[in-house]
Design a protein around this ligand. Structure first.
Ligand code: SF4
Length: 440
């Protein structure tokens, strides 16, 4: 199945121009309006202009990484349009003014208690740790928003060239409501989401839910071909499909980076990655976290703005093992590293010369190498750190560090801004070994 999926993606990417035109033609024949957008700004402008023309002020949104990628919510809010996320996880992070930490489960970094406290503060419910009560409260608020909305905005999982159909997968039913209740539906689709034939859906319907959440099938699969045809039909009166490039043609141009566009955003590589598991999604500092984020973010925003990301990997290959479309992420990471060091010969990223490393970073690594390749210094550094950490350890963990300690140890401040740190053990392995040997 993985081979089939990759073959479909490779075929599509080899003839992307043709399939996109076919998709656009068929979607328009079915009644949708197609818009082409070079970048995020153009997407926002198209949506805002159409909303203003229709005097639409309230929008409901379903989860879409493409809209996160272009910071659409910020643009809509700036234009005076009230935007409400309706996926439960996305809504939680919208209430908390945070960003997603996972591409499938955006609020995975939050505990039940944190969510309960947030709901108490933001929507005024009674304190509870009952999950049914929490989701019930969210449902009540969101149902009202659906009923009031002038327009709905969604992403797209796949666009079928043969029929002009878009397919969107979900579990909560909020996408069904977003795409069918308001009068206008905007569907934002990256140009790589097109697939040639309706029958190809079969492969991806089996692969995506299994890889994403371990389900055989998502609860809802919305197949949308054009807007509603008769007044008594369900669905919106207008369907606008926005085909967005935003750096994707640049990825397409190079034979190595092209495979990044085969990604179906299942999130399996994040779950398998030992680095992601330790540092969490926010540490990547980009909309797309994890292994696939480390690959596509530098290509989307320019390698000079994301030089750390291709190095945020141990190259263990766990991501390649699980990827349902067999993307060779370690090979892509190495390719991007070589572009950082040697300059971009391929032109697949924005830099033409090698990216200069910061002097402070060089110095820090030299000092680190000097100290930790000398036994006594290594052992002393552990003792000193153990002494200093006393000020920060609470209940066996180092929580958010700020003030003087964060200034003295900036990496600790940065690390604990998004997650706890584990303190250094009371005795190192060497100390235990020595103590045990003395007893014997
Ligand atoms: S790179 Fe592969 S595993 Fe990772 S999100 Fe994309 S399709 Fe899923």
């Amino acid at each position: 199945m993985r081979d089939q999926a990759r073959a479909i993606k490779d075929e599509t990417l080899a003839h992307l121009d043709r399939y996109l035109e076919q998709f656009a033609g068929n979607a328009e024949r079915a009644g949708a309006r197609i818009h082409w957008a070079r970048d995020g700004r153009e997407v926002s402008n198209i949506i805002i202009e159409l909303l203003h023309e229709r005097n639409a002020k309230r929008v409901v949104k379903s989860k879409s990484m493409a809209t996160e990628e272009i910071h659409l919510n910020d643009a809509l809010e700036e234009a005076g349009i009230e935007t409400v996320e309706t996926d439960l996880g996305e809504w939680i992070i919208q209430l908390a003014h945070e960003t997603p930490s996972h591409i499938v489960v955006p609020a995975i970094h939050k505990s039940k208690k944190q969510i309960a406290d947030l709901f108490v503060e933001k929507i005024g419910i009674e304190p509870t740790d009952d999950v049914d009560k929490l989701t019930g409260a969210a449902r009540r608020v969101l149902r009202q928003r659906f009923a009031e909305a002038d327009a709905g905005i969604s992403g797209v999982n796949f666009g079928v060239a043969e029929t002009g159909t878009i397919l969107i997968l979900e579990n909560e039913g909020n996408i069904r409501l977003t795409t069918s209740l308001p009068k206008i539906h905007f569907a934002l689709m990256g140009i790589e989401k097109v697939i040639p034939r309706f029958a190809d859906i079969d492969v991806f319907l089996k692969l995506l839910p299994r890889s994403g959440t371990g389900q055989q099938l998502t609860t809802y699969q919305s197949l949308i071909t054009g807007q509603k045809k008769r007044p008594e039909d369900e669905g919106p009166e207008e369907l606008h499909i926005i085909l967005m490039d935003n750096g994707r043609s640049r990825m397409l141009a190079h034979p190595v980076t092209r495979q990044s566009l085969a990604c179906i955003r299942c999130g399996a590589c994040l779950n398998a990655c030992p680095v992601y598991q330790q540092i969490g999604g926010h540490a990547y500092g980009s909309v797309y976290p994890g292994p696939i984020g480390a690959v596509i973010t530098p290509q989307l925003i320019g390698i000079s703005k994301a030089t750390q990301l291709p190095y945020a990997s141990s190259l263990c290959g766990a991501c390649r093992e699980v990827c349902p479309v067999k993307i060779d992420i370690p090979a892509l990471l190495l390719h991007l590293r070589s572009e950082i060091v040697e300059g971009s010969a391929s032109g697949s990223v924005d830099e033409q010369g090698p990216v200069k490393r910061k002097f402070s970073e060089h110095l820090a690594f030299r000092l680190y190498a000097f100290a930790w390749s000398r036994r006594r210094l290594y052992e002393w550094s552990a003792r000193i750190a153990r002494l200093f950490q006393r000020a920060a350890v609470r209940q066996g963990r180092i929580g958010k560090v700020s003030g003087l300690i964060a200034k003295l140890a900036p990496p600790l401040g940065a690390w604990t801004a998004g997650r706890d740190a584990r303190p250094i053990a009371p005795r190192t392995f060497r100390e235990q070994w020595r103590a045990d040997s003395e007893i014997k």
